[in-house]
Design a protein around this ligand. Structure first.
Ligand code: GLA
Length: 384
């Protein structure tokens, strides 16, 4: 949990100015993986881990950015910001500034403090939360506002065009638009969404395999390329197919032989995942938790076997949860190749669930995991 008073006074001590404070949450995805860039469906929730941003104006033409997580401060000239990423944590805030400048905003001089309690590299979207928190903070200084979905798109562009990570819209979207106690079913084609309430007796238990995950890593990009190659095969036969969102399992039966075996499997994951995600939102809305859990199990199997984006540790974490009392559904969440599993667990059983899962995982895998009982939180906002 953040200590807001300490965060504010550290900014004051470092920069000799009272900051305006903002918070942008991380996220957990309940279902819908590697579907966002195929213009499909995702169903994430914002969580009670966040990045805080404190901002105050300066009069010396400089932009100073301090990261509490990295214990480092960097300064730039507001009128001469880096045009390219430097493979450094400042790429995320600088990317946002580059995109805002490209939108015609004059970037003023300021001091910015950032502090996050989202475990880095855990697949809970610490990067997106840094982008969204920075964007809100800087826009407040400029005196501009954007609707949440537009803000999310600008932050996604910061990551795509400046940082150089080819991510979809999900993480920035849920960080900007999440709603307390709700999951959000997002149609990544037109960014329309609907909120599905998470019952009060259901806990989001997030289990960190402690295996680092990175969207900037090559596997994410190569999966995305395989998905796009599969789509190109279908598109060459069937007009109007622009993304796998437009494709069906029937298309795979007809033209799958023209794809590489890997492309075919990746496409089967994406196409069936879209169906599961919409069905999962329906199940959540109806309160049919058994069906939701079944869909999550199916999603994990597809993510692990067809998409091959899991790892032995994540498969173990999901398998070890299966017969624990209170489990509704479990799967690897986020970009894959490590990170966290999401376990929907009956609230009353959650503390025992955490203890048992941690013990089993440590015994089998030889790593002590971090497991958190979280709840769905609101999207990015200004703190008073
Ligand atoms: C990462 C990306 C998202 C999405 C997921 C996979 O979190 O940033 O855009 O593609 O992976 O579902």
């Amino acid at each position: 949990m953040h200590d807001l008073v300490a965060f504010r006074s550290k900014h004051l001590a470092r920069f000799q100015a009272e900051p305006a404070l903002f918070s942008a949450p991380g996220r957990v995805n309940l279902i819908g993986e590697h579907t966002d860039y195929a213009e499909g469906f995702v169903m994430p929730a914002a969580i009670n881990f966040a990045t805080l941003a404190g901002i105050s104006p300066r009069s010396d033409g400089k932009i100073a950015i301090y990261s509490e997580n990295y214990g480092e401060e960097r300064a730039f000239a507001a009128g001469d910001l880096p045009a390219r990423a430097g493979k450094h944590w400042t790429d995320y805030p600088l990317g946002v500034l580059a995109i805002l400048a490209g939108e015609g905003h004059r970037i003023p001089a300021f001091s910015l403090s950032l502090s996050g309690d989202i475990p880095l590299g855990s697949g809970l979207s610490s990067s997106a939360s840094v982008e969204v928190a920075t964007a809100l903070a800087v826009l407040s200084l400029i005196g501009a506002t954007y609707p949440g979905p537009v803000l999310a798109r600008l932050c996604q562009r910061a990551e795509n065009e400046f940082v150089g990570a080819n991510c979809g819209i999900m993480d920035q979207f849920i960080s900007a638009n999440g709603a307390k106690d709700h999951a959000l079913l997002l149609d990544c084609r037109d960014l329309s969404f609907r909120l599905a309430p998470i019952p009060a007796n259901v806990a989001l238990v997030i289990a960190n395999t402690m295996v680092k995950h990175s969207v900037a890593g090559g596997e994410y990009t190569s999966r995305r390329a395989e998905v796009e190659a599969a789509c190109a095969v279908i598109a060459s036969h069937r007009q109007g197919v622009r993304f796998l969102r437009d494709a069906t399992v029937d298309d795979l039966a007809r033209w799958g032989a023209e794809m590489t075996p890997n492309s075919l499997k990746r496409a089967r994951h994406v196409i069936t995942e879209n169906l599961r995600t919409v069905a999962a939102a329906d199940a959540l809305e109806k309160g049919d938790l058994a069906e939701l859990g079944r869909l999550m199990a199916e999603a994990h199997a597809s993510y692990s076997k067809d998409f091959e984006a899991s790892c032995v540790e994540a498969d173990a974490m999901v398998a070890l949860a299966q017969d624990l009392p209170g489990l509704i559904g479990a799967r690897l969440t986020g970009g894959g190749f490590g990170g966290c599993t999401i376990n929907l667990v009956e609230q009353s059983e959650a503390p025992e669930f955490v203890e048992a899962l941690a013990g089993r995982y440590a015994a089998q895998v030889g790593i002590v995991p971090q497991i958190h009982i979280c709840h769905a939180s609101g999207g990015a906002h200004r703190l008073e």
